[in-house]
Design a protein around this ligand. Structure first.
Ligand code: SF4
Ligand code: SF4
Length: 467
């Protein structure tokens, strides 16, 4: 662990933060429903799961908000304590909401917990209570509305491509960044601007890609929202790798929409259920053996479809069956075993564990195994791999300042490896770390695992990945 970590606090029942010791409030003061208990009867955080926590504190050093601020109530243990207070009848106070909102949902605490506490379930139920019951201030409401009216809609995101490409090509980008004006006047916009990758030509995906050689599986493929609009090369590489490994790939890009991950991670359960039902309807009749996902956050949500739609009699069974077929790309490729030849790629690679792949899905070994199997590729480990890079869906947009701090911490650890190429399996992490590396004036190329495998299978020169 890094020496920057604060000393672990007491191991007994946690104490509330002292007034004045809480980090700057990024959301402003809000009014909760006065006097009402924090949670209603519609899936509050479960007391039996809360009772599993023995307050040992082992999770604290892996929690990014505790690492940043050293505040008990910004740790998993503190948040569980607040959930218990809510169940005991305490109202949903502004400070309670603030501590829940500050959780990145990275699930590092789930990995670290020796008692098997299902913090993932607890925070998901808590967030949907907060979203339904807590009136947010106007500015924040508008920002969240804007985010959720755009991000989960690939067609709306696609409309942003043109103006963004023109802006990037005009040279205005460098000017805006150098002046630092945007960061001072509109930090949220500046964050979005800094995260946007340099856009190339959009890649068009076919409805179906046949397997190369003997067909070994028929798989569906999620194209995602941000990934499809801003990192289309990742989807193209994923489809080619799958086909090269003997998969018939069913993509249906014009019919599939958002998987609901962004919504479910932000407590918008009904919206998430709508997206989930639509995706199941599109792929259910396709006769798939597996459904492949190349974005960690989406994969972890898709694997929970059974849970998300458990109360829907028309979809509960279909959702559970669909979820059982979901695999991360690396997971499926290892499950199948390689048939396509790997050509050498002489490059040093630092592999970054996306939280929703490592902590939420337990997929750590497979991407490393796939990368190590490429001749000439040298794999290097990043220090403190369990600490989130600060991306966390839209957390970096809602909390630009602490997200930038976490991004730069990760970027420093990445640069310390001396690797030429950073590889990860989540669009959010790619954009977050790229922006942070840029701010530090460092240099490292970035790629998704699929792009590295694709380059090796197609015998592309390493300069395709590290220009
Ligand atoms: S999910 Fe991440 S940010 Fe939230 S409490 Fe757990 S470790 Fe901390
Ligand atoms: S969540 Fe787990 S690791 Fe954290 S304090 Fe509770 S029992 Fe300990």
């Amino acid at each position: 662990m890094s020496s920057e970590l604060p000393a672990q606090r007491g191991v007994d029942r946690p104490q509330r933060s002292r007034p004045g010791s809480v980090p700057p409030d990024v959301l402003g003061p809000v009014a909760g429903p006065p006097g009402e208990p924090a949670f209603d009867a519609d899936h509050p955080p479960r007391r039996d799961l809360i009772d599993d926590c023995v307050h040992c504190g082992f999770c604290l050093p892996t929690c990014p908000t505790y690492v940043l601020w050293g505040e008990e109530m910004d740790s998993p243990r503190g948040r569980i304590y607040l959930m218990e207070e809510g169940l005991d009848g305490e109202p949903l106070s502004p400070s309670m909401v603030r501590h829940f909102d500050r959780c990145l949902g990275c699930m590092a605490c789930v990995t670290a917990c020796p008692s098997g506490v299902r913090y993932d379930r607890l925070i998901e139920d808590t967030r949907q209570q907060v979203e339904r019951r807590h009136p947010r201030p106007r500015r924040e409401r508008l920002l969240r509305t804007a985010i959720f009216q755009v991000f989960p809609y690939p067609r709306r995101l696609r409309l942003l491509r043109g103006p963004l490409r023109a802006y990037q090509a005009s040279g205005l980008r460098q000017l805006v960044r150098r002046s630092g004006l945007a960061a001072r006047l509109a930090p949220t916009l500046a964050t979005l601007e800094s995260l946007a990758p340099t856009l190339g030509r959009p890649a068009r995906l076919p409805a179906r890609l046949p397997a190369y050689g003997r067909r070994r599986a028929r798989v569906g493929m999620l194209t995602g929202c941000v990934q499809r609009a801003f990192l289309p090369d990742v989807n193209a590489a994923t489809a080619r790798v799958l086909a090269a490994e003997g998969c018939e790939v069913v993509i249906l890009p014009d019919r599939q929409g958002c998987c609901g991950a962004l919504s479910v991670h932000n407590g918008r359960a009904e919206e998430a259920r709508r997206f989930a039902r639509a995706l199941i309807d599109v792929f259910d009749a396709a006769g798939l053996d597996r459904f492949v996902v190349n974005a960690a956050g989406c994969g972890s949500s898709l694997k929970e479809y059974g849970e998300l739609l458990r109360d829907d009699p028309a979809y509960a069974e279909r959702a559970a069956a669909f979820a059982a077929k979901v695999r991360d790309l690396a997971e499926l490729l290892v499950e199948l075993g390689p048939v396509a030849r790997r050509y050498p790629l002489p490059v040093t690679v630092a592999y970054h564990d996306a939280c929703h792949l490592a902590h939420a899905q337990g997929v750590r070994a497979q991407p490393r195994e796939l990368l190590r199997a490429i001749p000439g590729l040298e794999l290097r480990e990043i220090a403190d791999p369990e600490i989130c890079c600060g991306s966390a869906g839209v957390w970096n947009v809602l909390n630009p300042e602490p997200a930038a701090q976490l991004g730069e911490r990760k970027a420093r650890d990445v640069l310390a490896t001396g690797a030429e190429l950073l590889v990860t399996a989540n669009p959010g992490c790619l954009m977050q770390v790229a922006a942070a590396v840029g701010r530090l004036g460092g240099r490292v190329a970035l790629a998704h695992t699929a792009q590295v495998l694709d380059a090796s299978i197609r015998a592309r020169p390493v300069t395709d990945l590290v220009p």
